[in-house]
Ligand binder design. Structure first.
Ligand code: GLP
Length: 241
């Protein structure tokens, strides 16, 4: 299986071999990889060669190492198209995953200046501040903090937020969501999100900020989300005109 006479480097052959097992699902996410010693004995190659193949697969995101425990197969990343103003619930359903939401914080209060300005609020107007953990098949994907004007979305309750917010806005309140401006940037996970996202300290996250407007131009929400960078990637289709 590893051909010592091939012009292809040995580490590369092993890398491809392991990659194939992951793609064919012979190795499943969460499976532990045999130890370096076992692999080097099985394939009759040096441990240094094995280490190089594993390091490359870790760097490419196929595998991850846990100190003192071993090397494991990563889950494949969810890919999300950046076109289209979709909700988390729609994104997950489109992938045949079960969307989930855990409410971490729900508050009605006056807004801080920055939010007040952005949502074009009048003095003393109230906003919802909502923090939700978003899940896919029960796995934590993102922590999302949303600010919305109370007068636009009356009657929002913690119960409703167990399901889709956009569905409530569109189906129950009959409002039309129009467009949004969204930015994506790299950041380090905030300490307060570590346990919710079930990640280690200092891992990277994708910070997404969305400012959404109703069709008539009224500002609807400002949302700051931290997505697990090991589980999520964004795709943009681009065209050369
Ligand atoms: C995404 C967006 C948020 C939006 C949310 C609504 O996560 N980044 O801006 O509020 O979807 O999701 P849902 O309708 O599932 O509650």
């Amino acid at each position: 299986m590893i051909d010592k006479h091939s012009p292809l480097p040995l580490y590369y052959q092993l890398e491809e071999r392991i990659k194939k097992s992951i793609i064919s699902e012979e190795l499943q996410p969460g499976d532990v990889l045999p130890s370096e010693r076992e692999l080097s004995e099985n394939y009759q190659i040096s441990r240094m060669t094995v280490r190089q193949a594993i390091t490359n697969l870790v760097n490419k995101g196929y595998l991850y190492r846990e100190k003192g425990k071993g090397t494991f197969v990563s889950s494949q990343k969810f890919e999300q198209n950046l076109q289209g103003l979709t909700s988390f619930t729609e994104d997950m359903k489109a992938r045949n995953l079960v969307p989930g939401s855990k409410l971490l914080h729900f508050e009605i209060s006056p807004a801080i200046e920055e939010i007040k300005e952005w949502l074009s609020l009048e003095e003393e107007e109230l906003i919802y501040k909502i923090k939700r953990l978003r899940l896919a098949n029960d796995e934590p994907i993102a922590v999302e903090t949303s600010y919305l004007p109370v007068k636009l979305i009356p009657g929002l309750t913690p119960d409703i937020l167990g399901n889709s917010l956009y569905k409530y806005i569109e189906d129950d309140l009959q409002l039309s969501i129009g467009h949004a401006a969204q930015t994506v940037e790299a950041a380090i996970v905030r300490d307060e999100d570590i346990k919710h996202l079930n990640v280690n300290k200092n891992v990277p996250v994708l910070l997404i900020q969305r400012e959404t407007y109703l069709e008539d131009g009224t500002p609807l929400e400002i949302v700051k989300s931290s997505y697990r960078a090991d589980r999520y990637k964004f795709k943009i289709n681009i065209e050369r005109k």
